[in-house]
Ligand binder design. Structure first.
Ligand SMILES: Cc1ncc(COP(=O)(O)O)c(C=O)c1O
Length: 345
């Protein structure tokens, strides 16, 4: 059996989720007539204590509709150097939202308040104007690290001082919540507007959700339309999302536990390869040392363990709904063998 640790996006809907999808009441959501989408959006807005929410087909579309809504064209968005919006979105910030990024080196993908302050340009002409601060919670390339609500409050204060929004790319926000970063209401309050993904650790097949004030979400809806992201009988997807929010949030703690266990096992067997203390949620980054990461990926793949190379000597392993304790044990065994066997070098 293959154990796929490349990402938490690889999960397949459970039988119960599929049943909820099959039973979903639907309508044309472009007309605003899909009752299941409406119920999901209302439920999410209520959970975070905000006015409104909007379903999008992907996390990138959620982020781009928000940046386009929140920032004047040509403005600068301050974010961490390795942020998803910089590393993986095919230049959408420039092409779609019309913003440029001012990147700041952080710690495990987390923005540091003082470094952000230092990076802010004067407000006078002819400096490029600031459009927003953007934070990832949890960090992806930063290894699933959590800023936590206190740091975010400081960042929000900086944003407020400059009169710009604090945007949250919360693709894995529920991992941060379950890891103790803050409550749903606290996160709902600290971000001017944010999104999270249903299709990552929560295990839904498709979908992300934008959350914010009524006017922001209304404008984001126009952007979704503009980008061709309006979906018709999307209640089938919203039903998966509602199911995920009802049944797959608390269990994220199991994924975190599995990730920590995996990190400890590998760190004990291959000293220096992993820092278990850095594992805050469901990601484990492994330094392959003298072994090229691609060779370890190939060796593990031959044993049915799929992992991702994130750099020449860096692997990422992500735990999720479709990986249990036995799977994690097996992955640790195979990885340790690949990292300690000269053949895989
Ligand atoms: C932090 C972060 N933001 C945004 C996205 C984009 O989500 P999607 O692949 O649904 O567009 C991802 C995907 O992995 C992510 O990790």
């Amino acid at each position: 059996m293959t154990i796929d640790l490349r990402s938490d996006t690889v999960t397949r809907p459970t039988a119960a989720m599929r049943a909820a999808m099959a039973d979903a009441e639907v309508g044309d959501d472009v007309y605003g007539e899909d009752p299941t989408v409406r119920a999901l959006e209302q439920e999410v807005a209520d959970r975070f204590g905000r006015d409104a929410a909007m379903l999008t087909p992907s996390g990138i579309m959620a982020t781009q509709t928000l940046l386009a809504t929140l920032c004047p064209r040509g403005a600068e968005v301050v974010c961490e150097s390795d942020a998803h919006v910089v590393a993986y979105e095919a230049g959408a910030g420039a092409v779609v939202a019309g913003v440029q990024f001012r990147t700041v080196d952080g710690d495990a993908g987390r923005l540091d308040v003082d470094r952000v302050r230092d990076a802010l340009r004067p407000t006078s002409f002819p400096y490029t104007s600031l459009g927003a601060l953007s934070v990832e919670e949890t960090t992806n390339r930063g290894g699933g690290a959590v800023h936590g609500i206190e740091v975010l409050r400081h960042l929000r204060a900086v944003a407020d001082e400059r009169g710009v929004p604090l945007h949250g790319d919360g693709a894995r926000l529920f991992n941060a919540i379950v890891a103790g970063g803050g409550t749903e209401h606290a996160y709902g309050e600290v971000f001017t507007a944010f999104s999270f993904c249903l299709s990552k650790g929560l295990g839904a097949p498709v979908g992300s959700i934008v959350v914010g004030d009524a006017e922001v979400v209304a404008e984001a809806r126009t952007w979704r339309r503009r980008l061709g992201g309006g979906m018709r009988q999307a209640g089938i997807l919203a039903a998966a999302g509602r199911h995920a929010l009802a049944y797959h949030v608390e269990r994220l703690a199991d994924d975190h536990d599995h990730a920590r266990h995996l990190a400890v096992r590998v760190a004990e067997a291959v000293p220096g390869s992993v820092d278990p203390a850095a594992v805050a949620t469901n990601m484990v980054y492994v330094d392959t040392g003298a072994h090229p990461a691609e060779a370890v990926v190939a060796a593990a793949g031959r044993e049915g363990i799929l992992v991702g190379a994130m750099g020449p000597h860096l692997l990422r392993l992500v735990t999720h709904l479709d990986v249990d304790r036995a799977g994690v044990e097996r992955a640790a065994e195979v990885l340790i063998a690949a990292l300690t066997t000269p053949r895989s070098a």
